[in-house]
Ligand binder design. Structure first.
Ligand code: PLP
Length: 222
């Protein structure tokens, strides 16, 4: 099936309140344009350099999501245009995002990445870290960022019971942290679910799914 057919089929199954981020990492401009021409506007990349190159070549009404691990020294390259940064895992990074956003007179939306998987390779904060960050006074001074939700990645496994437990834990963390609103913290987005597990993620309360291979086909590398 073509990219536009894949998109159409997937979108037809999604509830209205769910946002689909089309993960275009490693894929060429022509693939993104095919999705764009089918009406899709929300794309995700996991490398800042690659996202910047694509941003420069593509229509300006695309919403770019940074879904990968973010190196602080590269935030400046995406600060002029990035729509949501999913992988925020420390206050130091938030401060840098704030500083760069300020230069462009923007408010950048951020999701805190919570570690729910067993694997050591997945980044993220603990529930306690996230709570202290959200309720701390440092964050309230960052006027050019807004924490709008949480993001998590489940363990890569066939054990769907385990994946369900991890998603459910993230959901309850989300519900819990929602109880601590602040001037620049307002949690409404729960970003969880990839091609292999998004149906389960939706059943567990996801509001934003990040799909790559089920839209664009398999990648040759990650
Ligand atoms: C690559 C990636 C995805 C998409 O993965 P697929 O399995 O191709 O859907 C989603 N989220 C993150 C953080 C990714 O790096």
């Amino acid at each position: 099936m073509s990219i536009s057919e894949n998109l159409k089929k997937i979108k037809a199954t999604l509830p209205d309140h769910v946002t689909l981020v089309a993960v275009s990492k490693t894929k060429p401009i022509s693939d993104i344009m095919e999705a764009y021409q089918a009406g899709h506007r929300v794309f995700g990349e996991n490398k800042i350099q690659e996202m910047v190159e694509k941003y420069e070549q593509l229509p300006r009404d695309i919403e770019w999501h940074m879904i990968g691990h973010v190196q602080r020294n590269k935030v400046k390259y995406m600060a002029p245009f990035v729509h949501v940064i999913h992988g925020v895992d420390q206050i130091k990074l938030l401060k840098e995002i704030n500083k760069q956003a300020q230069k462009h007179n923007r408010i950048i939306q951020c999701l805190l990445q919570i570690k729910i998987a067993e694997e050591d390779s997945k980044f993220g904060m603990t529930f306690d870290n996230a709570r202290s960050l959200i309720t701390g006074c440092e964050v309230s001074e960052l006027k050019n960022i807004k924490i709008v939700g949480l993001m998590g990645m489940a363990t890569f496994t066939d054990d769907m019971d385990q994946v369900e437990q991890e998603f459910s834990r993230l959901r309850s963390t989300f519900e819990n942290l929602k109880q601590h609103p602040a001037s620049n913290v307002d949690l409404s987005i729960l970003s969880m679910g990839m091609s292999g597990d998004y149906k389960l993620a939706l059943a567990c309360g996801s509001t934003m799914i990040r799909l790559g291979s089920s839209i664009f086909g398999e990648r040759n590398y990650h």
